[in-house]
Design a binder for this molecule. Structure first.
Ligand code: SF4
Ligand code: SF4
Length: 470
């Protein structure tokens, strides 16, 4: 039976409730009066529940769909402003004991070279990332208690934070490791991580078990309840997501929102971020195992509906998406993207070896190209990591986003971190358009003590100071 506050996966992600939701959405997909009332509620920024949001996702009325897209854009702008935060994944090890059928790192794949970075390798990778201008990374590694124990993860985090090359520093390490124990989550919390990231892959239990035939990840309940344990271990920022394409997208969408509602009800704050990866081609993967691929238009609609339903969670896309698709997604509520990414182990310091990536990248531009593209398209590229370091996490962070005050932090922090980037890493062209953007944003800014402080800080950065933040 459905119970949003239950600790049991099959009660807070209740299969019957999802089926009823899909049925309700299907019956009401052309019910203009109901859709209007849902949109009116969404305009109040109170969020939507999974049933209401599923009706919007199913909606086939062209004018209402336009309204959904417009509202998504408006919410994104009002809550987060026009900044887009940049990050890079850092793959530490591709050893894995799981058998996920959609991932080339599954243990049965014998033709992928297995590699695990030593602490010396990590220093090289982090130096290369710092030389690109990155400040925020997400570490990724397969599940393997022998090769990738928690001690290795903790030591690696310490190493990453310790590297200070020229003016560079990684200021936030987000962590994407397999579901683990409360005790291990406590250790990650004490290691000062930013967000704990774990994708559900699919919420559909039967499909989940089929797609994860071997290894500890086969345990649906243990995986689905991981965020509860992470929060119990003290981690306040968690990031959820599904891998679109594994199961029917309407099912995943409803379940994703149910997961968010569960965290909100049980802990008083929802996910810090929601990721929307789509399945990609990769080595040794049988595409017939998951024939639920979605086209770009559907994907855009999903992103818009998530933004409307959950105005306060950050939304993340990776370089799996093409430049064109990323461009449209940015308008609809995406607040964070990866840039200049390598998805192989050791891919930053050295040329990526053939066939060792976790998945194909569609957007292969350099970080500098992404930064200039964002500027040209009216966004402020941001390397900000301020909230985590200022204690604005969990319920406290949500308080700022719900009052729509977070943008008073995001915009000035984006401008200061962009200024650092322009001073230390940008190409002449990016520097020129970046400086123009900063001047324009300062002219637009209200005459307030915050703007006076920002102007002063930008001057300090120009004269060599680093790591100023609000
Ligand atoms: Fe291992 Fe993760 Fe790939 Fe599954 S998705 S095979 S757990 S690396
Ligand atoms: Fe993210 Fe907070 Fe920085 Fe805004 S101020 S970009 S929410 S870390």
């Amino acid at each position: 039976m459905y119970n949003v506050s239950s600790s049991k996966a099959e009660e807070f992600i209740c299969h019957e409730e999802i089926l009823e939701t899909l049925d309700y959405a299907e019956k009401n997909k052309n019910n203009a009066a109901l859709i209007n009332s849902i949109l009116d509620k969404a305009k109040l920024r109170k969020g939507l529940n999974h049933r209401e949001a599923s009706v919007l996702l199913a909606c086939e009325l062209e004018d209402k769909n336009k309204e959904i897209f417009e509202l998504a854009k408006k919410i994104k702008h009002e809550v987060y402003g026009n900044r887009i935060v940049l990050f890079a994944p850092l793959y530490l090890s591709n050893y894995c004991v799981n058998g996920c059928v959609y991932c080339p790192y599954h243990f049965q794949n014998k033709h992928i070279p297995r590699k695990k970075l030593s602490q010396e390798d990590i220093i090289k990778e982090v130096t290369a990332l710092q030389d690109m201008g990155h400040r925020r990374i997400a570490i990724e590694l397969g599940e393997d208690p022998v090769n990738n124990p928690i001690e290795y993860v903790l030591e690696s985090i310490k190493t990453i934070y310790s590297v200070k090359h020229k003016n560079g520093a990684i200021r936030r390490v987000n962590v994407n490791i397999a579901a683990t124990t409360v005790e291990n989550y406590k250790k990650l919390h004490d290691a000062d991580i930013g967000t704990y990231i774990l994708f559900q892959e699919t919420y559909h239990k039967k499909s989940y078990e089929k797609l994860h035939p071997k290894g500890p990840k086969h345990n649906y309940a243990y995986h689905t309840e991981a965020m509860d344990r992470a929060i119990e271990g003290g981690i306040k920022d968690v990031s959820i997501g599904v891998l679109f394409g594994l199961e029917l997208y309407k099912y995943e969408f409803a379940a994703l929102l149910m997961h968010s509602e569960h965290l909100e009800v049980k802990f008083g704050f929802g996910p810090h971020a929601i990721s929307v990866p789509r399945i990609r081609k990769a080595d040794d993967i049988d595409p017939s195992a998951f024939d639920n691929g979605i086209d770009d238009e559907t994907f855009l609609k999903i992103a818009a509906c998530i933004r409307v339903a959950n105005p306060f969670a950050g939304m993340i896309i990776s370089t799996r998406e093409t430049k064109e698709c990323r461009s449209r997604l940015l308008e609809l509520g995406i607040s964070q993207i990866s840039g200049g990414s390598k998805t192989s182990v050791g891919g930053y310091a050295e040329k990526e070896p053939e066939d060792s990536s976790q998945f194909d990248i569609s957007d292969t531009r350099t970080l500098d190209e992404i930064v200039s593209w964002l500027i040209e398209n009216g966004h402020i590229p941001s390397f900000c990591t301020s909230c985590y370091r200022s204690g604005r996490v969990g319920a406290d962070f949500m308080k700022y986003t719900k009052n729509e005050q977070i943008c008073n932090f995001c915009t000035p922090n984006a401008l200061m971190t962009l200024k650092e980037y322009l001073e230390d890493y940008a190409s002449p062209y990016t520097r020129k358009i970046g400086e123009n953007l900063i001047s324009k944003e300062l002219q637009k800014a209200p005459k307030s003590p915050r703007t006076i402080a920002l102007t002063k800080n930008l001057e300090l950065i120009a004269s060599g100071e680093r790591d100023l933040r609000f």
